[in-house]
Ligand binder design. Sequence first.
Ligand code: AMP
Ligand code: ZN
Length: 138
Amino acid sequence: MRDDNCIFCKIANGEIPSATVYEDPDFRVILDLGPASKGHALILPKSHFKDLCDADPEAMAKILPLAGRLGKAMKESLNASGFNVVQNNGASAGQTVFHLHVHVIPRYDGGPEMVAWKPGKEEAEELAKTAEKVAAQL
Ligand code: AMP
Ligand code: ZN
């Protein structure tokens, strides 16, 4: 499972050099070229999945524990005080590289600040309707 035109396939499989933090048979973890903060890392599966809807559940089951290990290492090695785990699916969600990847972004007490969403408002009835719609497709 590989796409010859995909830059993350090439990076994940070592054909293009990267600042590699970690590698195992399933994943390569690299530093983002345009980091949101110092140490911003990307977990790249070695197999090509376009996004989470397309991904192999077995491989995905390993990603969150790896993100946790990375976050812990960032706290210990870079003095981060927290970290965000972000994963974008689709252009409207901010995905720009269509090879599934997980961002692990260390956060520091002094910043940099990052954009957060503005909480909206929704009536209980509307919440229930929406929940029902999504549930019907699961
Ligand atoms: P996303 O917007 O979730 O698709 O994230 C793509 C991320 O990949 C961005 O944060 C980019 O800065 C990063 N990126 C793109 N090309 C490279 C590259 N060649 N090496 C490292 N990071 C990259
Ligand atoms: Zn790919």
